[in-house]
Design a protein around this ligand. Structure first.
Ligand SMILES: NC(=O)c1ccc[n+]([C@@H]2O[C@H](COP(=O)([O-])OP(=O)(O)OC[C@H]3O[C@@H](n4cnc5c(N)ncnc54)[C@H](O)[C@@H]3O)[C@@H](O)[C@H]2O)c1
Length: 256
């Protein structure tokens, strides 16, 4: 990392904003993109301590990195993250909207309204807030790539996880609609649908639940590093003719 000065980034550098950057996948995506040429980052998470750990794990590849604590379900906080990127770097080329929460384990009739609301506020509204904040910047640039983290649970039915499944299905559809709405502005919107990889998101699950999930992945459970290639692809020029896609990276979970 290099010292950060305001407006010190020439247009030839790529500016990436990552939400949920303090988690397992967010940290892995941040490390991967920070290691790619001419890339600077604004990393955000609701947990400042987790962000510090992510920054400590970044490769020393010359990226200028700023961090910002923000709750993605709060529109103003997400706007402040994007404003920081514009203030420091003058542009936003890539948004990785990755923050997400699992819903409590339970059948539909047993889950509380607040369980549903939290899942929708973080997983769906969080992605909407990110899109709303970066679109005006990217429209001015006439270029940008938005990558949402959905889940294979948005494509397949997981018993006892209805809010999570419903929100991730909504994220997939959000990516598709946004892709159509903003294609003529030069903005691509895609999502990644990971299968299950080990992270703190499963901390509340009983161990036997994770064992049962693992048994349904032909390649076994993944790790966050198994997913970063998909984000690198969708963020980069190699995917310039790809928009509205839901890229499944799931160890074969959805194949049967
Ligand atoms: N782990 C899996 O098996 C799996 C599978 C499919 C999809 N996903 C998705 O991947 C993404 C990352 O999850 P992970 O597995 O790395 O979990 P994680 O818990 O390690 O990371 C999630 C991060 O999001 C942050 N976060 C939570 N609520 C937030 C909020 N309101 N505002 C801002 N940040 C917030 C957390 O602090 C955490 O750092 C999530 O969207 C998740 O739904 C995970």
């Amino acid at each position: 990392m290099t010292p950060a000065d305001a407006n010190d980034t020439p247009d030839s550098r790529r500016v990436v904003v990552v939400t949920g950057a303090g988690g397992a996948l967010g940290a892995a995506i941040s490390a991967r993109l920070a290691g790619e040429p001419a890339t600077d980052l604004v990393l955000s998470d609701v947990s400042p301590g987790a962000l510090e750990a992510t920054v400590a794990g970044l490769p020393d590849a010359g990226a200028t990195v700023h961090t910002a604590a923000a709750d993605v379900s709060d529109e103003a906080q997400v706007q402040a993250v994007v404003d920081l990127a514009v203030e420091r770097f003058g542009r936003v080329d890539v948004l990785v909207s990755n923050a997400g929460v699992l819903s409590p384990n339970g059948r539909i009739h047993n889950l509380r309204t607040e369980d549903w609301e939290r899942a929708f506020r973080v997983n769906v509204l969080g992605a909407v807030n990110g899109i709303k904040a970066v679109v005006p910047v990217m429209r001015t640039q006439r270029s940008g790539s938005i990558v949402l983290t959905a889940s294979v649970s948005g494509l397949t039915a997981w018993s006892h996880a209805a809010p999570y499944c419903a929100t991730k299905a909504a994220v997939i559809q959000l990516a598709k609609v946004a892709a159509v709405e903003y294609a003529r502005d030069g903005i691509r919107v895609n999502c990644v649908c990971p299968g299950t990889f080990r992270s703190a998101i499963h901390d509340g699950l009983p161990p036997e639940a994770l064992d049962a999930i693992e048994a349904r992945h032909p390649l076994g459970l993944g790790t966050a590093s198994d997913l970063v290639g998909a984000y690198s692809y969708l963020a980069g020029e190699g995917s310039r003719w790809t928009t509205g896609s839901a890229l499944v990276v799931d160890g074969g979970y959805s194949a049967p």
